[in-house]
Design a binder for this molecule. Structure first.
Ligand code: ING
Length: 311
């Protein structure tokens, strides 16, 4: 029995600071209804989907900062999204910024959840690779204060049996690090879902701005191929509060081929029929970890070379 999953990457255009969560959830529901009408079983929303990407601004007041976070999920504002998903029988991935309480301690994370077609939570992931900087750097045209506003994720990179396969998540900057992909690959992950907010301009390396879309695709295509998994990468795109963010939302096969890609930097559905069994020839062939991968040698190499530059 083929394991075909029709998936929608639901790229979001910009969300200006003035937009309410209610406004955003209405946009998410429009995309969800379109995806369901196209026969999708799963819709994937971007990182920090519910608000403007506030790590781009210096925020000193704690109450002002907390207002960008969700204290619970589903929340009052997102409950309609969960209800509509259940009514339509479609699962979804949602990125949002989470305030968690741990023995009374307030903790903030950049989080993503996977929700089944019955509206029940399947899994949660908290972003591990936090890019940018922790202090206000006024010389920059905009900040990236994820190291200040979020804790490093404490859930690892789990994979879940869901939607007929093995599914994992990562968030944005994670996709640039091979370790995130390999930890999921070692669990037999067949489908990786990720959202991103990626400014085209990085003031520390402006000479690489022209490569923003290339590096985005390179990271995800390599991850897909080297771990034999489908990848759904979804942007919050367009000019958000004056900051241009790349689009390039796409669905990538385990061969590393892009099978569908966004054409705009606005709200846009990118849909593909994903045969999860297409992961098998890669996992059992070129990247058969059991037959070809040599962790015992890697440890020796690291011990011998210390993985440091030669004298
Ligand atoms: N954003 C960016 C990303 O990794 C970034 C940060 C921008 C890194 C430009 C490198 C160059 O796509 C998030 N939110 O991680």
């Amino acid at each position: 029995m083929p394991r075909i999953l029709t998936i929608a990457a639901a790229q979001m255009g910009p969300i200006q600071r003035s937009r309410s969560r209610r406004d955003v959830v209405e946009r998410l529901i429009v995309l969800m209804r379109d995806a369901a009408a196209m026969g999708c079983q799963l819709i994937v929303y971007p990182e920090a989907t519910l608000t403007a990407f506030f790590p781009h601004w210096w925020i000193e007041d704690e109450a002002e900062l907390d207002a960008w976070f969700e204290q619970e999920m589903p929340s009052n504002e997102t409950a309609p999204l969960f209800a509509e998903a259940k009514r339509l029988g479609i699962g979804f991935h949602l990125g949002y910024c989470e305030i968690a309480r741990d023995a009374g301690r307030k903790r903030r994370f950049n989080t993503a959840v996977l929700v089944g077609p019955d509206g029940a939570m399947i899994g949660k992931y908290r972003k591990i690779h936090l890019p940018g900087h922790a202090d206000h750097e006024p010389w920059r045209p905009f900040q990236n204060l994820e190291k200040r506003y979020f804790e490093v994720g404490d859930l690892g990179w789990p994979a879940w049996r869901a939607f007929g396969g093995v599914v994992g998540m990562m968030i944005c900057n994670d996709r640039r690090w091979p370790e995130a992909w390999r930890v999921l690959g070692l669990q037999g992950t067949e489908l990786v879902l990720l959202g991103y907010n990626t400014p085209r301009h990085d003031p520390t390396t402006p000479q690489h701005d022209r490569l923003a879309e290339f590096h985005n695709a390179l990271s995800m295509q390599a991850g897909a191929y080297q771990n034999g998994c489908w990848v759904v990468g979804v942007a919050k795109a367009g000019i958000e509060e004056g900051i241009g963010q790349i689009g390039g939302s796409c669905i990538i096969a385990p061969t590393g081929e892009i099978v569908a890609q966004a054409l705009t930097e606005a709200d846009e559905l990118v849909v593909a029929r994903c045969d999860l069994d297409a992961a098998t020839p890669i996992k059992q062939g070129i990247f058969n970890f059991a037959r070809h991968r040599r962790p015992e040698h890697y440890r020796m190499i690291v011990e011998r070379t210390g993985a440091t530059p030669p004298a």
